[in-house]
Design a protein around this ligand. Structure first.
Ligand code: PEP
Ligand code: MN
Length: 336
């Protein structure tokens, strides 16, 4: 439910109203827009005396939100949310590129690639330490050692780091990680999402392989229901009948998610196709369709990568792509 307040309401009256709503067991989300202040109510509003609230003199109108996602809903927060990732801001005209290898493999590898992607203009460094692999015999990541190496690469380059969590029991290990990634396979790991709702770190939530946009937003809602509003959505391709590409990039998810929600949306063209030469055309498409950023896999030597080499760009290819993307981002009136 949302309450739209009359223009320039008295501050003390707003505070009294919020106190009254909190006493009804509801969390409030206050959004001060250019013309109106909106109070979003999160929780069970079914027993709220709507007539009484509508009659409060600073309230202009009361509307129920019919969608099941509330905190993530744009009606609750009409302006785009900007997510601060240790100083790197994602959303509303600020386009960011997250780049790095699928997996952290060694100190030399991650530091070299971190320096390369930074020189090309990436603003966040990715690298998996805990890898969700289809085969139990495939490289599973360097685990805690991988996180340490990422932190070293951060120290060397100043790039905030983005890395995937697979198990809720590992949360303590992620204390110094800047952005925690929830991978496609864990999008509906509700216990994990609830736990991430208790922290205040930015969460990069990837869309599940076979999940609808509504299910995707409901997973964001799990995190936000715990009080963590720092969620970035990542479209990374979905399962379809097509076999020529690893997944099918659902570009239509960008405008739709941005219409339904105030959260930023980034595109991962690497996992979307599984093919390195397809990264460039789809990265361009991501900019054109209104994405707030990109996540791209870059490896020093893709042919030798322990994971996802076929979809990884080498640093030279990434540099060429970034020059082109920068022009396109500027054309869209955004900053990179
Ligand atoms: C990844 O980012 O390396 C990854 C495993 O992605 P996804 O969860 O989208 O498959
Ligand atoms: Mn990968």
């Amino acid at each position: 439910m949302i309450l739209v307040l009359k223009q320039n309401p008295e501050k003390s009256k707003v505070e009294t109203l919020i106190k009254m709503l909190n006493e009804q067991g509801l969390a409030t989300n206050v959004s001060e827009g250019e013309s109106h202040t909106i109070i979003g109510l999160i929780g069970d509003t079914s027993r709220l005396p709507v007539d009484l609230i509508s009659a409060v003199d600073i309230v202009e109108n009361v509307t129920r939100i019919s969608e099941p996602f509330k905190a993530a809903n744009r009606k609750m927060h009409p302006e785009d949310s900007i997510i601060d990732c240790s100083g790197v801001k994602v959303g509303e005209g600020l386009f960011q590129v997250i780049a790095g290898p699928c997996s952290v493999e060694s100190e030399e590898q991650i530091i070299e690639v971190a320096k390369d992607v930074k020189a090309s203009g990436a603003t966040l460094l990715r690298g998996g330490a805990f890898k969700p692999r289809t085969s139990p015999y495939a490289f599973q990541g360097l685990h805690a050692d991988g996180l340490k190496l990422l932190l070293e690469a951060k120290k060397e380059t100043g790039l905030p780091i983005v890395t995937e969590i697979m198990n809720v029991n590992h949360l303590d290990l992620f204390a110094d990680v800047d952005v925690i990634q929830v991978g496609a396979r864990n999008m509906q790991n509700f216990d994990l999402l609830k736990e991430l709702g208790k922290c205040r770190k930015p969460i990069l939530l990837k869309r599940g392989l076979a999940n609808t946009m509504e299910e995707f937003l409901m997973s964001a809602e799990y995190i936000m229901a715990g009080g963590n509003n720092n969620v970035i959505l990542c479209e990374r391709g979905i399962r379809t009948f097509e076999t020529k590409t690893r997944n099918t990039l659902d570009l239509s998810a960008v405008p739709m998610l941005k219409k339904l929600s105030h959260l930023p949306v980034v595109i991962d063209p690497s996992h979307a196709t599984g093919i390195s030469w397809m990264v460039e055309p789809l990265a361009k498409a991501a900019v054109a369709v209104g994405a707030d950023g990109l996540m791209i896999e870059v490896h020093n030597n893709p042919a030798k990568a322990l994971c996802d080499g076929a979809q990884s760009l080498n640093p030279v290819q990434f540099d060429t792509l970034m020059k082109d993307i920068k022009r396109r981002v500027e054309f869209e009136g955004k900053k990179m």
